[in-house]
Design a protein around this ligand. Sequence first.
Ligand code: PGA
Length: 253
Amino acid sequence: MRKQIAAANWKMNLTLQQGEQLLNDILALTHEIKENQQAVFAVPFPYLQMAQQKLGNKQQVFIAAQNVYNKKSGAYTGEVSVDMLQSLGIKTVVLGHSERREYFNETNQFLAEKVNICLENNITPIFCCGEALNIREANSQNVFVGQQLAESLFHLSAEQIKKIVIAYEPIWAIGTGKTATSEQAQEMHAFIRSVFAAKYGNEVANTISILYGGSVKGNNAKELFAQPDVDGGLVGGASLNAQEFVAIINALK
Ligand code: PGA
């Protein structure tokens, strides 16, 4: 079975103390995470070490960065490299979140470079894709998302693509309280899998975990995750509440 993943994306929220408290509360509530499941916490850079020390030794729990730069080292003031993440034991990074694409002008080509440097250094990218409302209204979401995947990922080999986790996040559902219906999520996830199948074959496509993101909550996670091609969620707002996020972990298949 594909890995089923509940990934928290704290974005630019919480102080260090609040973050520590949140993780303590989650630890107090979490039961066993099954072998085919993972909980991932994408925390702000300054909290990576704290989170890693608190949770790094737990089975099936991974701490992730929310971004990384496309260069190994050098005069790039304010940026963070894969080596820096590796030196903290961080092996997962969220790439291409729609907020980075929109506010920091990250293009598909730039993200392809980030994907490469991650894979070359044994870091798993959680690669985000998804369309804005006007694209959905024009019914062009498949073409748009297909292009995001093709331009950032299709240079990879079959062995490499198996190491990527995809997060489909329709921009119109992020932080808006407007979740895609489970049918809309399933339809797009099946499309994404078919795009990988066409390029890499069914066997490879069936190994890739595709997470849904966009207003996932404790009370809608079960229905979304029950869809055959939805392998978990990337969760913003609800990941800042211990009870909500634990309910989301518990909703994994
Ligand atoms: P949301 O954010 O759960 O607050 O909608 C999801 C995301 O942006 O990853």
